[in-house]
Design a protein around this ligand. Structure first.
Ligand SMILES: [Zn+2]
Length: 267
């Protein structure tokens, strides 16, 4: 990994979604160029459906610095049938494990816009995936939108599972609670938005050893790319903003994030 300390680690990207956008634009070749531009750094490719893990490994497993997470996002359909969703995911994890490329469970969690009534199945689906993470000894990537309390309560019941709060969207108080639970906190391109005061404050209290950065590509392009498809190399802007807020240098931050990702996902 040491040579990868030069690059921009990306703890959360959806390469298959980006590839589909490129293909529609007739630009299939862009993705390898993007990954090369990131300096060969570690990138975690994230799943949202139980059946997307195998195809993503088949599609992107040839890139030496890409690892994979398999999980079920809290889509209404998945939340309506949590046992079935988790059963399908478990089969996909079992098939992927021998590849050596499986690095995490996720993304999974709570989304109050998708599920405004907080259905019980949403918690059940997350609990089942936390159990799978425990069984496979993998970290878990948590999506949490407008549901900090439910997220904290559920994670507290699984103290042995290492969790990443991806695309952190809350403030200092919530960050403290997640840190108390032992979570890593990952910031995305919205950190660069001028009105993101809560994020800009929160990133300053995260200990260096618990910090991650991500693109959430193809979503959430950082300034000055807002409104465009988010691509992995754009993460350099998020690193610049994060380094300034934390009073450190970009080079040092690259090494910190690479070390954190390596310790969490490549053990
Ligand atoms: Zn995502």
């Amino acid at each position: 990994m040491n040579n990868q300390l030069k690059g921009f680690t990306d703890a959360h990207a959806h390469l298959a979604m980006l590839f589909d956008i490129d293909r529609e634009a007739g630009q299939e070749a862009r993705l390898p160029d993007d990954l090369a531009l990131c300096g060969g750094a570690f990138l975690l490719d994230i799943g949202t459906q139980p059946d997307d893990l195998g195809p993503r490994i088949a599609q992107f497993g040839r890139f030496p610095n890409v690892r994979f997470a398999g999980g079920v996002w809290p889509h209404k359909e998945a939340v309506a049938a949590p046992q079935e969703s988790a059963r399908l995911l478990e089969a996909a994890l079992a098939r992927a494990a021998p590849s050596g490329l499986l690095a995490a469970v996720g993304e999974c969690g709570y989304d109050r816009r998708e599920n405004p009534t907080a259905p019980e199945g949403e918690t059940t689906l997350l609990e089942l995936q936390l159990s799978l993470a425990g069984r496979y000894k993998l970290p878990i990537v948590i999506h949490s939108r407008e549901a900090p309390r439910a997220t904290i309560e559920t994670l507290a019941r699984f103290p042995d599972v290492r969790a990443v709060i991806h695309c952190f969207s809350y403030g200092v108080e919530e960050a403290k609670k997640f840190l108390e639970l032992g979570c890593h906190i990952s910031f995305a391109g919205n950190l660069t938005y001028k009105n993101a005061h809560n994020l800009r404050e929160a990133i300053q209290i995260v200990p260096a050893g618990r910090l991650l950065l991500e693109t959430d590509s193809p979503f959430l392009s950082p300034v000055p790319f807002r409104g465009k498809t988010c691509r992995p190399p754009m993460i350099a802007e998020t690193y610049k903003t994060a380094a300034a807020l934390r009073n450190t240098g970009v080079e040092e931050l690259k090494q910190t994030i690479a070390r954190n990702a390596e310790a969490l996902f490549l053990q």
